[in-house]
Design a protein around this ligand. Structure first.
Ligand SMILES: CC(C)(COP(=O)(O)OP(=O)(O)OC[C@H]1O[C@@H](n2cnc3c(N)ncnc32)[C@H](O)[C@@H]1OP(=O)(O)O)[C@@H](O)C(=O)NCCC(=O)NCCS
Length: 177
């Protein structure tokens, strides 16, 4: 059974392969303002050295205390099965003005080769109790209006559409049944 874990070197080899898949689909370029873009800028393009993995793990762990500029603190969880990296999900305890509009409490990616197997739906379900433990009653989760897959993931977890702002759908997802 896949499960959420905190980033660990144990899964490093598979994580590296996942990062390469995101890069191959065009993520991580100079214009990528996402956490993934920041990871690549800070840790550099992945090579097979332990030093790269150390920098990447350091980046993931520092997100809780020292996030990049313009980001609020968040916890990165990896969705893994045995030692296979399947995707990541970030949980933010607090929102700033921008995240209240677009971004919300939770962001996620499933590595390209693991998509359409129910992982994002299960991963979001697994992180909701962590959000509840932080005192978040109804998590705000947003997605592009045309992101059918993400919309389905949110709705499968009880998401209720609040409104649409600037091409982004804003949902409230109850964190407890
Ligand atoms: C969006 C994303 C997280 C979905 O991950 P996933 O593990 O493939 O999602 P699931 O397997 O749980 O699928 C959820 C639903 O979306 C559907 N779906 C998945 N990919 C789809 C696609 N490309 N087009 C249409 N529907 C799709 C699935 O069939 C499933 O539908 P169902 O509930 O009717 O069976 C993944 O595609 C991804 O990482 N995309 C890039 C980053 C991103 O968009 N992140 C979310 C930002 S809000």
């Amino acid at each position: 059974m896949p499960a959420l874990i905190l980033p660990t070197a144990r899964v490093g080899h598979s994580y590296l392969a996942g990062v390469r898949e995101f890069l191959a689909e065009g993520r991580g370029g100079p214009d990528d303002r996402s956490l993934f873009g920041n990871l690549i800028r800070e840790a550099g393009h992945p090579d097979d050295t332990p030093a790269w993995l150390e920098r990447a793990l350091d980046f993931e762990r520092r997100l809780t205390t020292h996030p990049p500029a313009h980001f609020v603190p968040s916890t990165t969880y990896w969705w893994t099965e045995d030692d296979t990296y399947l995707g990541r999900i970030n949980l933010r305890a607090h929102l700033n003005e921008q995240l209240r509009e677009i971004g919300g409490h939770i962001g996620y990616d499933v590595r390209p080769t693991a998509r359409r197997q129910g992982h994002a739906t299960a991963m979001l379900a697994a992180v909701l109790p962590h959000a509840a433990a932080l005192g978040i009653d109804k998590a705000l989760i947003t997605c592009d209006a045309e992101n059918t897959a993400s919309r389905k993931v949110i709705e499968a977890n009880g998401g209720v559409l609040e409104d649409e702002r600037g091409g982004k759908l804003r949902f409230r997802v109850p964190t407890a049944p």
